[in-house]
Design a protein around this ligand. Structure first.
Ligand code: ZN
Length: 92
C-alpha cells in the first residue's frame, strides 16, 4: 500500500512539521487553533442565548417603572403619587 497511513508516516509528518514551523511555533499553532475553536463556541452560545431571550422574553409595558396618571385639572400625564401637577400646579 503506497499511500497507507502508518505510524511511521505520522512520525515523518511530525518531523516535517517541526522542520517547517520549528518546535517553538507548534504550541503557538495549537493555541491559535484552540482560540479559534473557543471563539466559535462562544459565538454560537451567544447567538443561541440572544435567540432564546428574544423568544422567551415577555413584552413588558413601557412605563412599568413610573406609572402615570392624568392630572385632575389639565389632564396631562403626570407621575403617580405626585402631590402637584408639574404642568399646571394643581393639587392632586
Ligand atoms: Zn395639571
Amino acid at each position: 500500500m503506497p499511500f497507507g497511513l502508518q505510524p511511521t508516516h505520522l512520525i515523518i509528518i511530525a518531523i516535517v512539521a517541526l522542520i517547517l514551523f520549528g518546535p517553538s511555533r507548534l504550541p503557538e499553532i495549537g493555541r491559535a487553533l484552540g482560540k479559534t475553536l473557543k471563539e466559535f463556541q462562544s459565538a454560537t452560545k451567544e447567538a443561541t442565548q440572544s435567540f432564546t431571550q428574544e423568544v422567551t422574553k415577555p413584552s413588558e409595558p413601557p412605563q412599568a417603572e413610573s406609572p402615570t396618571v392624568a392630572c385632575k385639572a389639565c389632564g396631562k400625564p403626570i407621575q403617580a403619587g405626585m402631590k402637584f401637577c408639574p404642568e399646571c400646579g394643581a393639587a392632586q
